[in-house]
Design a protein around this ligand. Sequence first.
Ligand SMILES: NC(=O)c1ccc[n+]([C@@H]2O[C@H](COP(=O)([O-])OP(=O)(O)OC[C@H]3O[C@@H](n4cnc5c(N)ncnc54)[C@H](O)[C@@H]3O)[C@@H](O)[C@H]2O)c1
Ligand SMILES: [Zn+2]
Length: 418
Amino acid sequence: MNCAPTNESLPHPRMQSIRQRFSVEFSYDVHFTEGLFRPDNPLLADAVADASEPSPKKMVAVVDEGLLPHHEDLVEQIGAYAEAHADVLTLSASPIVVPGGEAAKNDPALVDHIHEVIYEARLDRHAYVLAVGGGAVLDLAGYAAGTAHRGIRLLRAPTTVLSQNDSGVGVKNGINAFDTKNFLGTFEPPHAVLNDVTVLRTLDDRDWRAGISEAIKVALLKDADFFEYLREHAPDLAPPSRDLEAMKPVVYRCAELHLDHIATSGDPFERGSSRPLDFGHWAAHKLEEKTDYALRHGEAVAIGLALDCAYSHLTGRLSREGLTQILDLMAALGFDLYVPELETRIDEPDDPRCLFQGLDSFREHLGGELTIMLLDAIGDGVEVHAVDRAQYREAIALLRERSAAASSPERVASPDTS
Ligand SMILES: NC(=O)c1ccc[n+]([C@@H]2O[C@H](COP(=O)([O-])OP(=O)(O)OC[C@H]3O[C@@H](n4cnc5c(N)ncnc54)[C@H](O)[C@@H]3O)[C@@H](O)[C@H]2O)c1
Ligand SMILES: [Zn+2]
């Protein structure tokens, strides 16, 4: 007997819909510590320990090669730490050492390799990938972890200013593809973030400085008092002083402001058209590409911020005094705020080298309406949806002239920013 329902007994499929709806709460801790891999530091073991799950937990570590000249026994330290805490964690493979910097995100073979190690080590969704390194290595390892078994738990141990105060505390990861930054990636909140500020001592001056640009960015958008702190402490923060005590509050407050934004903006996974935390980034990403990544991300962000601040001033938003304070702070920290790539093919909007193509890429990454951040005042960001390219060219000229004046002392020291 055929018991299959007849067409008559079911409602017409085209007339029916089921509304699926659920929400998932995310939470993770961002810790600040010193001596993360010292066996007597319980932080990492505590981040993994969970009485409700079987122990010990499997873990694979991915380590930034750029750390090794300065921390020669880092790989051994991670192994020794795991042995000292064998009741809660097991290293299931030797730590994977990957190139540091943007090279980590430009070679898809590295993703394959991490996947292979995860597969061979039989990691599951209750296991951990521990990523130790700068923002690029964290982005790579996070992407590999997020795509293996549709998501293995990620522990981040950021080791640069930028990754401790910005990239490592957020929910994004990714690699570059088709000559496009972060073309492949996922949104994947980490299990925990473990910031050891003492490792920042071994950064070279460029990387030490570069990460401060993200602190300036978020201060400009949200916190005028933080901007004042940065102004006051610029001489201590700038190389060669590099005062770690002055840097600690910078990393902490910047991380806090990023976390607060992600939690309260109503759009942690950037489904809308706006990315307020990417102030200055439309130009920054383009400049990174145009310079073949010779510019660090943070260095490019400093230029992108300077450009958008100059444009904010020229279009009647930010005061002249505000702009001068911002550019002076960046100069005091040692940022170079002009590169010729700002103007390459600037009159040829269809040329991929034209800076303004960065506006299209920025919009395309999210889809929807173009939305960039500008400043009404220090601590007061504002979204706009259209730009005047002629005025952007004036803003570029302003940066060029300021940079030229700074490099020829006989010229007037305080160029006109009106
Ligand atoms: N996922 C996000 O939300 C997000 C946000 C912002 C930036 N990013 C990405 O982060 C990357 C930039 O990260 P970054 O600024 O941390 O630089 P980076 O990862 O490129 O590292 C810079 C250099 O520092 C080395 N290094 C790392 N830690 C060190 C230490 N303690 N001592 C000495 N050398 C060390 C690295 O090997 C590398 O050579 C970019 O790819 C950018 O796109 C991601
Ligand atoms: Zn950034």
